[in-house]
Design a protein around this ligand. Structure first.
Ligand SMILES: [Zn+2]
Length: 400
C-alpha cells in the first residue's frame, strides 16, 4: 500500500519518498495489460506520495519525480502507480513536485461541486449522479429538473458559502457513527469511509483532495443547464477558470459594445435592434429587386415567342419571377440564366404551352448541365458560352 500524503495535507506540493518499484509499462507482471500509448514509459511505485490518481470523474495530477516527468497517476488495490517518461533507481530517495497550479485549480472545481451538489440536494432533493472534471469545464448531472432561475438562486447561495470562508472538514467515522450520519454518497464504498463536511452546505463521502477553506474557491459560476437523461446537466466554472471566462466574455462584450456604440450591459438590445434593421433592409431590397425584374420583363418585345435572358446575379427567386412575368404574355418559352461564362450558369426554363423536360435534358447534354423539374418548369446548372446557349435555345425552342 502506498501512503497517501494528499490525505494528510491537500496543499502539499513537494515531498520526498523512496522508490519501491520501477518497471517499463506493459511488462508482464501478472497485472492487467498496460493501457495503450504507454510504450516507452515507466511505472513507478513509491512508499508514499502526494500525487493524486485519476478517479471519481477527475483526471490525475502531473509533475516531476526525481529526474522524470510524471505523465499520469493510477491507483489499483491501494497501490499508486506513477507513469513516468524515464526510469528511476530502486531504493532511491526522490523528490516529487506536483504541478500545483493545475492541482489547485482542480481542488477549486471539486470543492465548488460539493457546495453546489449539497445545496441542490438540500433544496430539491436531487442527487448528483454524474460528475466530470474536464480540461475545460466541469459538469454535474442531477436526477431532476432545474431551471435557469433555480440555478441562479443556487449560484448566489453557493458563493455565500465561499464568502463565509468555512473550514472544509474531513472525518473518518466508525461504522456505528456512519450509520447515524446523513450524507451524500455517489457509490457504495468498502472499508474506511472518508466524509467531507462543508458546515451548513454539504456532507459527502469523497476520496479526492479539497481546499482547506471555502474562500480558496474564489468564485462559483454556473454557466449552463441543459436537459440530460431525465434530469439536467449543469456546467460550472470555479476560481481561476471563472476569472478566465469573465476576462474572455468581457473582451467579447467590449468589442461588440464598441462596434455598436452601446454600453456593455445593453448590447443585447442593440443587437436585437440591428437585426430588426437588417430584416427591414432585406425586405426593402427584395421589393426593389422585384420592381427591376418586372421592368426588365416589360421591356421585352411582345412579338418574341421565345425569350432567352441572361442576368448577372443568379438569385433563383428573381430568375423565376422574370420567367413567370415574361410567360404572362402569349409566348412559347422563356429561359433565364444567371451567372457568367467562367463560373457557369444557373438556369430556369419554363413554358405554359409545351413540356420543357425533354428540351432541358437535351440542353443539359449539350452544355454539361444538371437539373430537372416539372413539365412547365425545369431548373438546373450548365456550363458554356452565353452566346452558344442563347443560339441553342432560340433554335430548339422554335421547333416546339
Ligand atoms: Zn470531493
Amino acid at each position: 500500500m502506498t501512503e497517501k500524503l494528499f490525505y494528510r495535507d491537500s496543499h502539499l506540493r513537494e515531498f520526498t519518498a523512496a522508490v519501491t518499484a520501477c518497471r517499463p509499462c506493459g511488462k508482464d507482471d501478472g497485472r492487467e495489460k498496460a493501457e495503450s500509448g504507454d510504450a516507452g514509459k515507466y511505472e513507478v511505485e513509491l512508499d508514499r506520495t502526494a500525487f493524486f490518481p485519476e478517479g471519481g470523474g477527475q483526471y490525475s495530477d502531473k509533475g516531476v519525480l526525481g529526474g522524470a516527468r510524471v505523465l499520469d497517476v493510477r491507483e489499483k488495490d491501494g497501490h499508486i502507480f506513477h507513469i513516468t517518461d524515464a526510469p528511476l533507481e530502486m531504493g532511491e530517495q526522490v523528490t516529487g513536485k506536483i504541478d500545483w497550479e493545475e492541482r489547485f485549480m482542480k481542488m477549486q472545481q471539486h470543492t465548488g461541486e460539493h457546495i453546489v451538489s449539497g445545496l441542490v440536494h438540500g433544496k430539491y432533493g436531487y442527487n448528483n449522479v454524474g460528475f466530470h472534471l474536464g480540461s475545460e469545464d466541469c459538469t454535474m448531472d442531477f436526477n431532476g429538473e432545474l431551471t435557469e432561475k433555480d440555478l441562479l438562486g443556487i449560484e448566489r447561495e453557493a458563493n455565500r458559502a465561499v464568502w463565509e470562508n468555512l473550514e472544509v472538514q474531513v472525518l473518518y467515522p466508525t461504522e456505528e457513527e456512519l450509520e447515524k450520519m446523513e450524507y451524500r454518497s455517489k457509490i457504495e464504498i468498502e472499508g474506511q469511509v472518508r466524509i467531507v463536511v462543508i458546515p451548513g452546505y454539504d456532507v459527502c463521502a469523497c476520496c479526492a483532495p479539497h481546499v482547506k477553506y471555502t474562500g480558496e474557491i474564489g468564485v462559483i459560476k454556473l454557466t449552463n443547464v441543459q436537459r440530460y437523461k431525465g434530469g439536467v446537466r449543469v456546467t460550472m466554472l470555479c476560481g481561476i477558470r471563472a476569472l478566465l471566462d469573465y476576462e474572455k466574455k468581457q473582451q467579447e462584450a467590449g468589442k461588440i459594445s464598441a462596434m455598436l456604440c452601446a454600453k456593455e450591459n445593453e448590447i443585447a438590445g442593440a443587437v436585437s435592434h440591428l437585426r430588426e434593421e437588417c430584416s427591414a433592409l432585406k425586405y426593402e431590397l427584395g421589393e426593389k429587386e422585384k420592381k427591376i425584374v418586372l421592368m426588365k420583363a416589360q421591356n421585352i418585345s411582345d412579338d418574341a415567342a421565345v425569350v432567352c435572358e441572361f442576368v448577372e446575379e443568379g438569385n433563383m427567386d428573381s430568375m423565376r419571377l422574370l420567367m413567370n412575368s415574361v410567360l404572362e404574355k402569349d409566348r412559347v418559352l422563356c429561359a433565364v440564366f444567371g451567372g457568367n461564362d467562367e463560373d457557369g450558369y444557373r438556369y430556369v426554363i419554363g413554358s405554359r404551352k409545351a413540356d420543357v423536360r425533354a428540351l432541358a435534358k437535351e440542353f443539359n447534354a449539350a452544355f454539361d448541365g444538371k437539373g430537372g423539374g416539372r413539365p412547365e418548369m425545369v431548373q438546373g446548372t450548365a456550363n458554356g458560352k452565353s452566346s452558344a446557349m442563347r443560339e441553342w435555345i432560340l433554335e430548339k425552342a422554335g421547333n416546339l
